[in-house]
Design a protein around this ligand. Sequence first.
Ligand SMILES: [Zn+2]
Length: 455
Amino acid sequence: MKESIPLVLRDARRTRRRHAWAAVQRRRLADLVEHARTHSPYYRDLYRGLPSGLDDPARLPVTGKAALMAHYDQWATDREVTLERARAFVADPALVGGRFLDRYLAVTTSGTTGNPAIFVKDDRDIAVNYALGMRMMVSWLDAGDVPRIVAGGGRMAIVAAANGHFLVSAGAARMRASRLRRRTVRLFPVHAPLDALVEALNEFRPALLLGYGSVLGMLAAEQEAGRLRIAPALVEPAGETLTGGDHERMARAFGAKVRDTYGASECPFLTEGCAHGWYHVNSDWAVVEPVEADHSPTPPGEPSHTVLITNLANRVQPILRYDLGDSVLRRPDPCPCGDPRPALRVQGRVADLLTFTTGRGQGVIAPLMLNTLVDRTPGVQLYQIVQTGPAGLRVRLRATPEADPERVWRAVCEGIAGLLAEHRLKHVILERADEPPQQSAGGKYRTVIPLKDPA
Ligand SMILES: [Zn+2]
């Protein structure tokens, strides 16, 4: 299929009308497996001995971030995609959002489980992401939302890291090469001081507000305090799982609909959130398998140990049966919204804000602000930031073998200190840990651990 947004939309409508998700999924999986084992040396080795024409994900070996990052140059199906080139590209601020090797997007993770990675997206991945995102947003809106959409000029504000997976939406907007769209979709860097962010949003007056859940939570507080004065029709928190209480508070603060979705940099279009708070798998373009520790299927109604995902769109860096690390629960009965596709809830990735005591009360930092900051610091292999008190942070750091640990520590320390200062939290004390980052009982490296959560 060609990389065009209208074609993806037409195809998605046809699949839905015919309820053909399972058949389309099997066909696309067989295609991708064949493509991967033909053009990716990593998958050629991994799938050696498997029969051809495989369309059952359960028969494929499992992959994950660590394995793919370790075989980066062999993983891609394009020999020009190398880790060295990808790192050099994302390290240059002037190139952020531009075309990598003139034909791809490069997206860095702001992962909550350590090990920063760089994912390369081709035009098909970008088109599918954009088309499914638009379809989802349209399904969330109704006639009652039109006045606010019109008042906001259809403008969409994305509050996120300038290099994260939201870039894919911005990239798709650019792909359409329409000047109108470029004016209507704007990325607001999450590292900006809160005051500046509030001012910029007041000026932009978005109809749609998207961004990291924890940061939108902070913006909801600004709106309640009267400093932020916007009237979006729809608020879409992403990247972190929020509780029902967070949703209600956001809906109240903005007087808007709040809907969210569950995805990852590896596959942003994994699911579509419904009005009943479930995430329905976009089964025509993704495979989601909740599994136990031994990768056997977890029965519906029970929380899984982890989840394996497959992105059926991206052909340059195939993501096939990839261990994402989240615990998900599949709904055992039909969802009341009427969508027949598998419905999930996510147990992991809870967005806990770091709350600090200040002279004037409290100040908060969203974990993802720290994640996106440390992720982009050169030489960091693994890190963990632990809140040790109402005004203390302890940083566990492991540098890459070729990096100078002292220099990496200074860069991380300066970055965090700058972020704290911007949020009027200069008094928070940063302490360098002797011990390396610690794994949780489930084997995950949580990168940010708030005080209230002694994990
Ligand atoms: Zn539903």
